[in-house]
Design a protein around this ligand. Structure first.
Ligand SMILES: C[S@@+](CC[C@H](N)C(=O)[O-])C[C@H]1O[C@@H](n2cnc3c(N)ncnc32)[C@H](O)[C@@H]1O
Length: 320
């Protein structure tokens, strides 16, 4: 495959924002990703430095990564109330979450396999198919973690498509690259470093509970999706019946952390799993998530469930 430089994707004279780290996000001019067909052509512009994450032979235009995930326009709908047992303020929350995911990156896949009874890959692949991910599309996987969804999406979009995995944790992104995800970008869901209408599909698996503000996040999702583009959110939902709730709580908050400690994996994965359950337990209801998606302007907003626990939210950006 021909090497394509960032300057083939964005004309050099329009590159100012990505190069100037000091420009506030809100004043940045972002640039569209190229038509997919252009990604494999031979470069014709001279190379220039660009703060994109190198991954594979292509480079993806991104704005500078930032440590501040707070939304550009405030519209506060936190996915759960502050969990003071783990942090004292919002800055502490984002710091801890990133530290945990960094530290647990090497264990995430097997913990996830235990948590989903080994069905995680198949379920994600089927969900991608149901959401219409297919040949030639540009897909952004937000909160990609070790890149399971991104890696599954790559063969679905084929060589004519593009899959970008975005996550604030460098440890997670390193794992995603190890498993063959070709494009990884550090970043936060609340402030996506992409131009408007850059993607055909946006996916997010089990990361919704970690954003600061659902309303701002959904507005961002709409912004980077093209008109008519589709959204797929996978999430774990607290079971409504008491028995299911108690069983899942015991499993995720006690058994899985015990298993991680017994395997001698250090404290971070066990702490993360306890926190993981607590965010599920205190998460806003599915109805609130559906309402927030509609409020953000999405259409055809739907939720499909498996065992009442695995929620699959789908929605469409209006066509005009
Ligand atoms: C439970 S993992 C999910 C990984 C993957 N999507 C999957 O399907 O298994 C959650 C991921 O969300 C990321 N994350 C946390 N806060 C985030 C935010 N504000 N924006 C985007 N991703 C975030 C974490 O770093 C972590 O990798």
């Amino acid at each position: 495959m021909n090497q394509v430089r960032s300057t083939d994707i964005l004309p050099p004279h329009r590159f100012h924002c990505a190069d100037l780290v000091t420009i506030p996000y809100a004043t940045c001019t972002f640039h569209s990703l190229p038509p997919v067909a252009h990604l494999s052509r031979t470069p014709q512009h001279p190379a220039r430095p660009f703060p994109a994450e190198r991954s594979g032979s292509l480079r993806v235009p991104v704005a500078p990564a930032t440590d501040d995930p707070s939304p550009v326009v405030a519209g506060p709908l936190p996915p759960h109330p502050p969990l003071r047992e783990y942090y004292s303020d919002e800055a502490g929350r984002t710091r801890r979450v990133r530290q945990w995911f960094d530290a647990a990156a090497g264990d995430y896949d097997w913990i996830n396999a235990v948590m989903s009874f080994g069905s995680g890959r198949r379920y994600r692949r089927e969900a991608l198919r149901r959401a219409g991910v297919g040949p030639g599309q540009r897909v952004l996987d937000v909160g990609s973690g070790t890149g399971m969804i991104a890696a599954l999406a790559q063969p679905l979009v084929g060589n004519g498509g593009l899959v970008v995995a975005l996550d604030p944790s460098q440890g997670m992104l390193a794992r995603a690259r190890d498993r063959g995800v070709r494009r990884t970008v550090p970043g936060w869901a609340e402030r996506l470093p992409f131009a408007d209408a850059s993607f055909d599909r946006l996916t997010m698996g089990y990361a919704l509970r970690h954003v600061a503000d659902l309303a701002a996040t959904f507005r961002e999702f709409r912004r980077v999706l093209r008109a008519g583009g589709g959204l797929l959110l996978l999430e774990i939902t607290r079971p409504r019946n008491a028995l299911g709730h108690a069983a899942l709580r015991f499993y995720l908050r006690s058994l899985v952390p015990l298993a991680t400690r017994t395997c001698g994996r250090g404290r971070a994965p066990a702490q993360l799993m306890r926190y993981y359950w607590d965010t599920i337990e205190h998460c806003v209801s599915p109805e609130t998530i559906l309402a927030a998606l509609r409020q953000a302007g999405f259409q055809a907003v739907q939720r499909r469930t498996v065992f009442g626990v695995f929620s699959e939210y789908t929605a469409q950006n209006p066509t005009c």
